[in-house]
Design a protein around this ligand. Structure first.
Ligand code: ZN
Length: 215
């Protein structure tokens, strides 16, 4: 079986997405890229995360061709592929529909730096221009708005996070949803105070050595 370790990791983290309320039902998708073989492992379309087995995970090349697997790949595979083709700092992607992040995405708002944890993803998190799910246009819009960052809000849709591995992509997803919840709560009783761009630069420097999930 190709990319056995990556497939098993995807199965494990798929369950975590449900357990931590990052997504519901069959929503969302995950992938891991192996730069040695140039192949990515990605979840199939519309399968229950608790039913998912390693053999259900598809292996695709970066042209979008299925190399191994019998299921239909996630409809959002373009949104995974584009980052593996164009960015060498991203080797794992998690796309989810978490409540607070998606609430902001439905307002087409960016997530501003109200808490230092946002530095795990960048100086802020932008909201990408709307496009229909599963399209190349959505992949392009997400790529554009995620430049210099590891997370992006998808307008009227959800969250996309890319990192060096799946544990870090998962951690960033959790923390961005947490900051989005803080922003929502702070906004409902007042006007949140933003951290300065100098402070965010310092935080991003610190996060190069601090706050990463290690294997
Ligand atoms: Zn989605």
């Amino acid at each position: 079986m190709l990319l056995k370790y990556e497939r098993e990791q995807i199965v494990e983290y798929g369950k975590k997405l449900i357990d931590t309320n990052l997504t519901r039902g069959t929503g969302g998708n995950l992938s891991v890229y192996d730069d040695k073989s140039g192949l990515m492992a990605i979840t199939p379309s519309g399968m229950d995360y608790y039913e998912l087995k390693a053999e259900d995970i598809l292996v695709m090349d970066l042209e979008g061709k299925v190399v191994e697997g019998t299921k239909v790949p996630s409809t959002e595979y373009e949104m995974h592929r584009i980052f593996y083709v164009r960015r060498d700092d991203i080797k794992a992607i998690i796309h989810t529909h978490p409540v607070y992040t998606t609430t902001l995405a439905c307002l087409n708002w960016d997530l501003p730096p109200i808490h230092y944890l946002i530095a795990l993803a960048g100086p802020d998190v932008k909201c990408a221009k709307y496009a229909t799910f599963g399209t190349k246009e959505l992949a392009e819009n997400a790529f554009e708005a995620m430049k210099g960052r590891k997370a992006v809000l998808l307008a009227n849709h959800g969250l996309l996070v890319g990192a060096e591995d799946l544990p870090n992509a998962f951690n960033i997803s959790i923390q961005i949803e947490y900051v989005a919840e803080l922003y929502y709560r702070a906004k409902s009783i007042g006007e949140p105070v933003l951290l300065s761009s100098e402070e965010m630069e310092l935080m991003m420097e610190k996060f190069k050595t601090y706050g990463q999930v290690r294997k």
